[in-house]
Design a protein around this ligand. Structure first.
Ligand code: NDP
Length: 363
């Protein structure tokens, strides 16, 4: 087993399907069509199943609030604005981000199967959860998948001292012969805000140089302060150029360009959150058929050689093992399928409060 069978007393394990059905019911009660409710639930629960607590059901309340405030359109008319055999731009009509994202990547996959490459941009969307969900959709079809999204301003770019850019994630997935797929799924900031939220729930300081004060520019560790207007998260690479902070800043800008500006969506400081009306989040999806570039089986064989070479490199004494991106997530997924998903007790209670209020059976 990749995880211990017992969990810390602050967590409760819930079987995957029970959790999935619960989340579907909550969304259905909010008038989300069943098919869409299942997409959102699958995305949130995949996060928890892969060990990404920051983007799993701890975010349920935020989505519920967004729908109840009318900031999210649960009956969107998602339209193709522009299209060619290789690309399309979709207007998501303020849909739940997961629903728009699913439609976007599905279309990119279809195009890649026909032409070798499919690129789909989305505008007028909302928070779409984990970027890896969409890259993995392509991988399951034996394609390379790329997924990016803009997100609300929470990061000070190199030299700045205010919440300005998104934690905007990038995910890239690729199939591997007889092995877990490669699946890089990362925020372009040191951490996504959800990780700071995890520390806030636990009443603990964050464990690293993740953020600075917007008043003094000093590194701060109090999650309440970081998430308040007095704090801002740092780009991947941190505060200084010497550790490459400017490169995380650059990656976040790339997401703003490809997922935002290119699609006629908004960017960095203009992006709204889940509860804001017209958040205009933009997404970028790309699917590539390795079979169009060469021999697909050869690609997967070489991917296998590549990941094995990475794992078998000379190992640093401070590390027990060399990992490949996605591997821990897949192992966690398999373990949690057997043992259930650990839900932080406060989150569990919050979910049951939502259920009681909406008249849905509790967990
Ligand atoms: P992590 O830092 O947890 O992981 C980043 C990547 O590194 C993952 O692919 C992970 O794979 C891999 N990894 C972890 N440890 C190692 C290792 N030792 N060697 C090689 N690879 C490793 O991700 P983040 O905290 O940056 O992001 C978490 C989630 O937040 C992502 O799913 C992201 O999409 C989401 N997010 C969403 C936003 C939104 O607005 N929608 C905004 C920002 C982030 P593995 O899965 O196997 O652990």
């Amino acid at each position: 087993m990749f995880e211990k069978t017992t969990v810390d007393e602050n967590y409760i394990r819930v079987p995957r399907d029970k959790l999935f059905n619960f989340v579907v019911e909550v969304f259905k009660r909010l008038d989300v069509p069943e098919e869409d409710a299942k997409i959102v639930a699958d995305n949130l629960i995949m996060a928890d199943m892969r060990g990404i607590e920051s983007h799993g059901v701890q975010r349920l309340k935020r989505y519920v609030d967004g729908i109840e405030k009318g900031a999210v359109n649960v009956h969107p008319n998602i339209k193709v604005v522009k299209e060619s055999p290789v690309f399309a731009v979709l207007d998501a009509d303020e849909a739940l981000g997961q629903v728009a994202g699913y439609r976007g990547m599905k279309l990119a996959i279809e195009k890649a199967k026909n032409t070798g490459v499919g690129i789909v941009g989305v505008r007028n969307s909302n928070h779409y959860g984990i970027a890896g969900y969409y890259a993995y959709m392509a991988v399951k079809e034996d394609l390379v998948g790329i997924s990016m999204t803009t997100s609300r301003p929470l990061v000070a770019h190199t030299g700045a001292m205010e919440k300005f850019m998104g934690t905007s994630p990038i995910a890239v997935g690729a199939p591997v012969e007889n092995d877990y797929p490669f699946l890089l799924d990362m925020a372009t900031s040191v951490v996504p805000s959800g990780k700071v939220e995890v520390y806030r729930r636990k009443n603990k300081p964050v464990p690293g140089e993740w953020a600075i004060s917007t008043e003094t520019g000093e590194v701060i560790y109090d999650p309440n302060e970081i998430l308040s207007p007095r704090g801002t998260i740092l780009p991947l690479g941190g505060l200084r150029e010497i550790t490459g902070g400017h490169k995380g800043y650059g990656l976040s800008a790339v997401v703003d360009i490809l997922a935002g500006i290119l699609n006629g969506a908004t960017w960095s400081r203009h992006v709204g959150g889940t509860s804001d009306k017209h958040s205009d989040v933009g997404h970028f999806f790309m699917a590539i058929d390795p079979g169009a570039f060469g021999d697909k089986e050869e690609f997967k064989k070489n991917m296998k050689k590549f990941v094995d070479e990475l794992r078998n490199a000379k190992k640093h004494p401070k590390f027990k093992r060399i990992w490949v991106h996605g591997e821990k997530g897949f192992l966690t997924y398999e373990t949690r399928l057997k043992l259930g998903v650990p839900i932080y007790r406060k989150v569990y209670e919050e979910m049951n409060e939502i259920a009681k209020r909406l008249g849905v059976p509790t967990l």
